[in-house]
Design a binder for this molecule. Structure first.
Ligand SMILES: Cc1cc2nc3c(=O)[nH]c(=O)nc-3n(C[C@H](O)[C@H](O)[C@H](O)COP(=O)(O)OP(=O)(O)OC[C@H]3O[C@@H](n4cnc5c(N)ncnc54)[C@H](O)[C@@H]3O)c2cc1C
Length: 393
């Protein structure tokens, strides 16, 4: 049996693309190596843009049913203890364990008519008159007219299709779940020189702590030792975590942050992290994955209707993706470059603490509810950086 579309990877990008196409009447297969619910290394933070997209898919009741923590803003803390706490200029964020979020998205895809194939690891991809993916040990194969590869940052499909990129020697992450945390849901970002940590307090007594650290800190150390080293560089986080107890093993992944070109080939499109990953510093990955899944589905539907599934015919997806996500990625890189300089970070955080309109602009742009121009404009940057005394940091 040959489907119209085979989507590989049932994360936010793959489930969104698959559901959109199936709801439009196309025959869609969605294959994932995992059996759901499955864990995924993540900070578990859906920014306001992602939450808005999830709301547009009608998923707020399902999120609320699994104790999702909804938050109205964020706290950002520098390594010297300086901090600002600000509300988002629009919408709210959502803190939800990825195994729950992705299971909700998968169920929705199924309800839209997608045929789900769990426990199917794609090992090979062959493109000729159709696309065939195969699981080597079992010899099982799936076929379709078009492949959407949404199999994450280590995309096997992208590698097999020759859509390769060299992963940078970037930061790696180490994280775990902790218990013994009172209080309501809250999102916190701790900044240090060249490293950072995100905390999602779910409001149910547990939290996810996820650190992004230079690769060198992982060499010759166990994940526990690396985590301890990272927390030591973020004194406010260390203090906050004193009474907490770890309730899950540490998860390590990386390198974080890379781009991949091209994102289309004959009968193939890359979506979500498979097409490139942004550093999780600004918490935009889920938002980008949902968005790129939708963009891929819209372009796929047009190409399927025309019958031309060549790389040339699929190029409008690459162009739309670059137009929609490109400026956001540039903004994110600028924010990372500024936020992780040890001499600058504390002064920057103090300036944002006394200029709430600048802090709201930053949270809005990184939260995907304001355009990146809110931060990339000369006016914003001058107001942010003017009078910034990095030496007092
Ligand atoms: C440490 C860390 C923290 C992060 N924190 C945040 C955060 O707080 N907020 C945020 O918005 N973003 C965050 N991100 C980014 C976010 O997790 C990703 O951008 C997002 O998950 C991408 O979604 P996706 O659908 O493209 O891929 P994924 O969510 O990675 O899903 C890929 C799917 O493909 C499947 N798969 C992989 N290989 C195969 C194969 N060979 N065959 C079949 N199936 C396969 C996997 O099982 C998986 O289900 C974080 C990332 C990391 C690494």
């Amino acid at each position: 049996m040959t489907a119209d579309v085979l989507v590989v990877g049932a994360g936010p990008a793959g489930t969104t693309a698959a559901a959109h196409l199936a709801a439009s009447g196309w025959k869609v297969l969605l294959a994932d190596r995992a059996v759901f619910p499955r864990p995924k290394p993540c900070g578990d933070y859906c920014n306001p843009g992602a939450t808005r997209l999830l709301a547009s898919l009608g998923l707020i009741p399902q999120l609320a049913a699994v104790e999702t923590g909804f938050i109205e803003g964020m706290t950002v803390v520098a390594q010297d203890g300086s901090r600002f706490q600000e509300t988002f200029p629009a919408g709210c964020g959502a803190l939800i364990r990825r195994e729950r979020l992705d299971a909700i998205l998968l169920r929705r895809a199924e309800q839209c008519g997608v045929e789900i194939v769990e426990g199917f690891r794609v090992d090979t991809v062959t493109v000729n008159d159709s696309v065939e993916v195969r699981n080597e040990p079992s010899g099982r194969a799936l076929r379709a007219r078009l492949l959407i590869a949404a199999d994450g940052m280590r995309s096997i499909a992208a590698q097999r299709l020759g859509l390769l990129s060299r992963l940078p020697d970037g930061r790696f992450s180490v994280g775990a779940y902790f218990a013994g945390i009172p209080g309501s849901p809250a999102g916190e970002l701790y900044l240090g020189g060249g490293l950072y940590g995100g905390v999602a307090r779910f409001g149910d007594g547990t939290a996810n702590v996820c650190l992004a650290l230079p690769r060198a800190l992982f060499r010759g150390r166990t994940p526990d030792e690396t985590f301890e080293q990272g927390v030591r560089a973020l004194p406010s986080l260390r203090e906050a975590m004193r009474p907490w107890t770890r309730e899950s093993p540490f998860r390590v992944t990386g390198p974080l942050g890379f781009s991949r070109h091209p994102v289309v080939g004959d009968r193939a499109m890359l979506a979500g992290d498979a097409a490139g990953q942004v550093e999780p510093l600004t918490g935009q990955g889920i938002s980008f994955a949902l968005r790129s899944g939708l963009l891929a589905a819209e372009s796929a539907a047009r190409a399927l209707t025309s019958g031309d599934l060549s790389a040339r015919a699929l190029r409008p997806y690459a162009q739309r993706r670059a137009a929609v996500l490109g400026p956001k990625i540039r903004m994110m890189k600028l924010v990372s470059a500024l936020a992780l300089r040890s001499r600058v970070t504390p002064a920057l955080v103090r300036r944002l603490a006394v200029h709430p309109e600048l802090a709201r602009g930053l949270l809005g742009a990184t939260g995907d509810v304001l355009g990146p121009g809110a931060v990339l404009s000369p006016g914003y940057l001058i107001r942010l950086l003017l009078g910034l005394d990095a030496h007092q940091a």
